[in-house]
Design a protein. Structure first.
Length: 176
């Protein structure tokens, strides 16, 4: 009578390893989603700062003291330059989805605004502006907004509708 030597893994060994891997994934997945939201929020804050900087540069160099009415206007370089006021990733449309956030910018046209150096018609620029970054995913509860004051505000609901072009919104708090 000969005794066979077992080689390889038994089915129970494979089931045990698969169970351990699934348990580790179940523990790690919620943390991964939180890290993804935190990274998206950091990117949204950086984009809000970029919008503030682009609007200020536009007003000082091209808009004769007036602000661009939308993101696509900030994406048009001034005459004699190849560099727009904001990156192409944020100026491809008036509403842009990026890093899990939806970005919007608007300014109420001021009839006395002159024509700008990048071709914006007279009366189209604004005396102030407001921009917002609302999360594209419903489980994310960090909403951001900014305006001509240059401060970034945060709230647990959208700030865009109640955000004045100049001044503080009725809700939300300033990010430090």
């Amino acid at each position: 009578m000969s005794i066979r030597k077992a080689q390889g893994f038994a089915l129970i060994d494979l089931i045990f390893v698969a169970g351990m891997i699934s348990l580790l994934c179940a523990i790690a997945l919620p943390r991964f989603l939180l890290a993804k939201q935190a990274a998206g929020s950091a990117s949204a804050i950086a984009s809000m700062r970029s919008i503030n900087s682009a609007e200020l540069t536009y007003a000082l160099t091209c808009g004769n003291g007036f602000y661009a009415p939308n993101l696509t206007t900030l994406g048009v370089p001034p005459a004699g330059s190849n560099e727009p006021f904001i990156t192409p990733g944020l100026s491809q449309a008036d509403t842009v989805t990026r890093s899990g956030y939806v970005f919007r910018l608007d300014a109420e046209p001021y009839p006395g605004a002159p024509e700008t150096c990048n071709g914006l018609a007279a009366g189209s620029a604004g005396q102030g502006f407001r921009a917002a970054a609302d999360p594209a995913e419903p489980q994310n509860v960090r909403f951001f907004a900014t305006n001509a004051n240059g401060m970034i505000f945060e709230d647990v609901a959208t700030l865009f509708a109640d955000m004045p072009e100049i001044g503080e919104p009725e809700s939300g708090h300033v990010l430090q």
